[in-house]
Design a protein around this ligand. Structure first.
Ligand SMILES: [Zn+2]
Length: 70
């Protein structure tokens, strides 16, 4: 099991739908039969979850490569 923290790149993010400031929320992702703990930004009002592009694409690719190396 790996742990990671992926903060927003900069500034304060707000929900596109209701313009509410997003809150950090711990989450776990299951990928390739492994679980990863991450911190995602969520909207407390409407439940929107912001998944950073580097998490949904680039980081997962890196994680996949790391797993293959072992
Ligand atoms: Zn919202």
């Amino acid at each position: 099991m790996s742990q990671g923290f992926y903060p927003p790149e900069s500034g304060t993010w707000s929900c596109m739908a209701c313009h509410c400031p997003l809150e950090e929320k711990a989450a776990s992702i299951t990928y390739l039969e492994s679980s990863f703990h991450v911190t995602l930004l969520t909207c407390p009002q409407c439940g929107l979850v912001l998944v950073p592009e580097h998490l949904s694409m680039g980081k997962m690719f890196e994680v996949e490569k790391l797993l293959e190396d072992k």
